[in-house]
Ligand binder design. Structure first.
Ligand code: GDP
Ligand code: ZN
Length: 459
């Protein structure tokens, strides 16, 4: 499964930035560039150096592009193979031409994620790090980016390895007790020791899972719905959020933008304002599709921004909206505080319960900071910024962590029932295997192929 042919792809997002890079990886990479490069003899240059020159189309002998070429020799490269990066300054046309020439010279067009796959197969990174590369490509905010970076940095991996080691020692201990009962100097693994070990690891997995939701939110954005009667200020709120918080620019090749969603970045937290088109055109979704169905739609939102008009008494429609959001995560925004207060605050407080209330005058751009603080607060308790937590944001990781946790719980149940330890350790071993899948230790080839095919081309 270890490829040795040389792969090539455009490794910068299509159409973004002034520089585009064609990346080659494989044993022929330096030969290929040498054949098409006019400038220094790239076979003679030191590794990890960059050189100015021209790419010549060998068929026509024409200059295709002026370039800077970086030569990086194995093994100190991302793929642990020889890597050549051709920095083209022109647009899409010239970078495509350079890629074509490289392919013509014997490189093969890389499959999506193939560079990262090679890095994994050559032992440069483990599976969770490879997935982090993918998350990084898709990260929508700086915070999400930091998580991906940390993961790539191997923090999740090292935690997982620690848990596995602990479980493995436990299993090995039981094995020794069973296989070599005559070894008196090996203390007998007791139910109590086993209970302690499984509890420890169980608590750690739970901790990881508890921050997983935040990780997911950071990666995918908080699905946010703005609701309220006509004319209370929903559109104004949307515009205020969009203006204050530059929409996040993520032009990822291969992804289509959903026109009815708008991303804003509130204090590092991505809000995915859903049904934006609905707010803009036909007022709120309750009006459009009725309470029952809108309640269903609201359930899919992670956060609801519920706007009231300070200048009017509560209407029946407001009350219906309060009913629709009951039990959901919402923040009440009392808008138009610049106008006379006609809203009965006592009544409002009763309906709001323990949820947050923020007063705004969107007209005068007042209260927006407070609203942003309230939004941030709803999702992150104080220590989110400590930067020390290892967030698990990948759906596959979360799934495997849950399976691992379940297997551990099976083991703990067996312990409670007083089952013999060699039975208990079957579930402990399963836990160990689930955790191993996260870092690719027990992952099958097909899983690996599937994972890497999700990558953007050229990564
Ligand atoms: P929507 O129908 O809920 O989307 O409400 P809009 O955002 O379209 O606002 C309805 C009207 O209220 C517009 O004329 C806004 O200019 C006005 N408006 C919005 N916010 C405020 C505010 O804080 N104070 C005042 N006085 N008017 C506001
Ligand atoms: Zn509106």
């Amino acid at each position: 499964m270890f490829e040795t042919d040389t792969i090539a792809a455009i490794s910068t997002p299509i159409g973004e930035g002034a520089i585009s890079i064609v990346r080659l990886s494989g044993s022929e990479a330096v030969d290929i560039i040498t054949n098409i490069f006019q400038g220094k003899d790239l076979k003679e240059v030191e590794s990890h150096t960059i050189h100015y020159g021209k790419i010549i189309d060998p068929e026509t002998n024409e200059v295709a592009e002026e370039v800077m070429v970086t030569i990086m020799r194995a093994p100190k490269t991302f793929t642990r193979e020889d890597v050549v990066e051709i920095n083209c300054h022109g647009g899409l046309v010239s970078v495509n031409r350079v890629l074509e020439i490289a392919l013509h010279e014997g490189a093969r067009l890389a499959e999506p994620g193939e560079f990262t796959k090679r890095a994994f197969l050559n032992g440069r990174i483990d599976l969770s790090q490879a997935e982090a590369v993918m998350d990084l490509i898709r990260a929508k905010t700086d915070k999400a980016m930091n998580i991906a970076l940390k993961q790539m940095d191997g923090r999740l991996s090292s935690l997982i390895k620690k848990y596995r080691q602990s479980l493995l020692e436990t299993v090995a201990h039981v094995e020794v007790n069973i296989d070599y009962p005559e070894y008196d100097d090996v203390e007998e693994m007791s139910h109590e020791m086993m209970r302690k070990k499984t509890r420890e690891v169980h608590a750690e997995i739970e901790e990881l899972l508890s921050v997983a939701k935040q990780g997911k939110i950071l990666r995918e954005g908080i699905a946010t719905a703005i609701i309220g009667r006509p004319n209370v200020g929903k559109s104004s709120l949307l515009n205020a959020l969009v203006q204050e918080n530059k929409a996040i620019v993520t032009d990822i090749p291969g992804t289509t933008r959903d026109i009815i969603e708008e991303y804003v970045n509130v204090r590092g937290i991505p809000l995915r304002l859903v049904d934006t088109a609905g707010i803009r055109e036909t007022e709120d979704i309750v009006e459009r599709i009725g309470v029952e169905r809108s309640r269903q739609a609201l359930k899919e939102a992670d956060l609801i921004l519920f706007v009231l008009n300070n200048n009017e008494k509560l209407t029946e429609e407001d009350i219906r909206l309060f009913e629709a959001v009951r039990g959901l995560e919402f923040i009440v925004i009392i808008n138009k505080t610049d106008l006379e207060q006609k809203l009965d605050m006592e009544q409002v407080l009763e309906l709001v319960g323990d949820k947050k209330i923020v007063s705004t005058s969107l007209l005068n751009e007042e209260g927006i900071n407070e609203l942003e603080a309230a939004i941030a607060d709803s999702f992150f308790s104080g220590d989110i910024d400590s930067g020390d937590l290892t967030y698990v944001s990948n759906v596959r990781h979360i799934q495997l962590l849950k399976q691992a946790k379940k297997a551990l719980e099976d083991a703990m149940d067996s312990l409670e029932m007083g089952m013999p330890l060699d039975i208990v350790q079957i579930d402990v071993t399963r836990t160990w295997e689930f955790l191993g899948e996260i870092i690719g230790d027990t992952a099958s080839d097909s899983l690996i192929d599937q994972l890497f095919s999700q990558f953007c081309l050229g990564k």
